[in-house]
Design a protein. Structure first.
Length: 401
């Protein structure tokens, strides 16, 4: 299942650009009274919830097409936004109302809900894996559930280094395993509109327009904080190497490459004990850089409501894309930040888009070490092959100490 192509059933269909359609089997259902469609780079899978008067389902066959478990595609106009399945259907019948509500999620729902199928794949059944890349690992895990993993773009090798000895546990979900490996490689894990699993860096693509107070912003909230920021960061770790006292590997530390956060104007020290158990300096350095960048980024978050679902080029607001925000009344003077989460909703009050935006560094994935044993264990097969030294003690007699 490639999941690359999409489109409305039937040729030459032209839809109103902001009409919401639920495509299920041969039926294209519209006329929804309320709509909420959420896409994000921080949570997976994508989700939707729609509600309408049940009268618009004119036949029993159409009603049967909305039963839980049915494959479905969600469109806004001719733009595909979610490919997945219906999770739940609720029908309410009363003296004054007769409504139907449908809730569903993207195809990666099984990667989040279900256990990884480790027993089918010889490369996974041992419980300890070693793959060439995160993409390779994700492809193997997603295959059982028919989920396609988007290959890296040309020139991007997805951290094509061997994943070090990663131990899997029965019952873990594919998402838990992939997300852990992706953090090691510095990648976000989320779902696109085709229900595919995406491994990506923080985005660089720009929306054609952004958000401006007094023009398309209806509601605005921004919070600036310093209580979780520090001027100086030190990452420390100790190796489990039994010879560390001889090799000088204990109490290793790393500092951010770009120095300290001098914008605070005061001295605030943060010492982080790294989870790593190897003397690899690179990971400690990555963790130090991430701690400062992430905390600065998360200390300034914007939540806003826009009066439309699209930018000036009629493209739907899209997660992991950059957009300008200008709100002088809130001390925001034209920043270019990443859309982290967008919820497109429609109700009695009209059409709205709720978005969360932060600086790109705020979305950097937390680095995670995967190596679970030290160099001495790696070398143990070689050491074991050496002949044992001869004993200098006399042979012992059974039963005699």
């Amino acid at each position: 299942m490639s999941g690359i192509a999409g489109g409305l059933t039937g040729a030459g269909i032209v839809a109103s650009k902001d009409d919401v359609y639920v495509q299920t089997g041969q039926y294209r259902l519209k006329g929804w009274q309320t709509v909420a469609i959420t896409r994000s780079i921080e949570t997976m899978p994508n989700s939707f919830a729609v509600t309408a008067s049940a009268e618009f389902l004119q036949s029993a066959a159409a009603l049967a097409g909305t039963t839980p478990g049915q494959p479905c595609s969600i469109y806004i106009g001719n733009d595909l936004v979610i490919t997945g399945r219906i999770d739940r259907r609720t029908i309410n019948i009363g003296a004054r109302q007769h409504t139907i509500s449908i809730v569903g999620r993207g195809l990666t729902r099984n990667l989040v809900d279900c256990s990884a199928d480790l027993l089918r794949d010889p490369g996974l059944s041992s419980g300890t894996i070693n793959f060439a890349s995160v993409f390779d690992l994700a492809t193997r895990l997603a295959r059982s559930y028919g989920v396609y993993v988007v290959p890296p773009p040309p020139g991007e090798l997805l951290k094509a280094i061997e994943i070090p000895a990663m131990t899997l546990n029965l019952g873990e979900t594919p998402y838990e395993i992939v997300e852990s490996a992706a953090r090691y490689a510095g990648y976000l894990v989320y779902e696109n509109e085709y229900g595919n699993l995406v491994l990506s860096r923080v985005g660089t693509e720009k929306m054609a327009s952004g958000f401006t107070m007094g023009q398309n912003i209806e509601d605005f909230h921004v919070e600036f904080s310093v209580d979780q920021r520090y001027s100086d960061y030190v990452v420390v770790w100790t190796t489990v190497d039994q010879l560390s006292h001889e090799l000088g590997l204990s109490n290793i530390r790393a500092l951010p490459k770009h120095g300290s956060d001098e914008t605070l104007g005061e001295y605030r020290l943060k010492v982080i004990v790294s989870e790593q158990n190897t003397p690899a300096y690179e990971f400690g350095q990555v963790r130090a850089d991430w701690e400062m960048a992430r905390r600065i980024g998360r200390s300034q978050a914007i939540s806003l409501t826009c009066d439309s679902w699209r930018d000036s080029a009629d493209k739907l607001w899209t997660p992991n894309c950059l957009a300008y925000v200008t709100a002088p009344q809130a001390d925001i003077g034209g920043v270019k930040w990443i859309i982290g989460t967008v919820t497109l909703r429609k109700d009695m009050s009209g059409t709205h888009a709720d978005l969360v935006l932060m600086p790109p560094d705020a979305f950097l994935p937390e680095p995670k070490p995967l190596t679970l044993y030290d160099a001495q264990l790696t070398l143990s097969p070689t050491i074991a092959q050496a002949p044992a030294p001869p004993s200098t003690d006399p042979p012992s007699t059974p039963g005699v100490p």
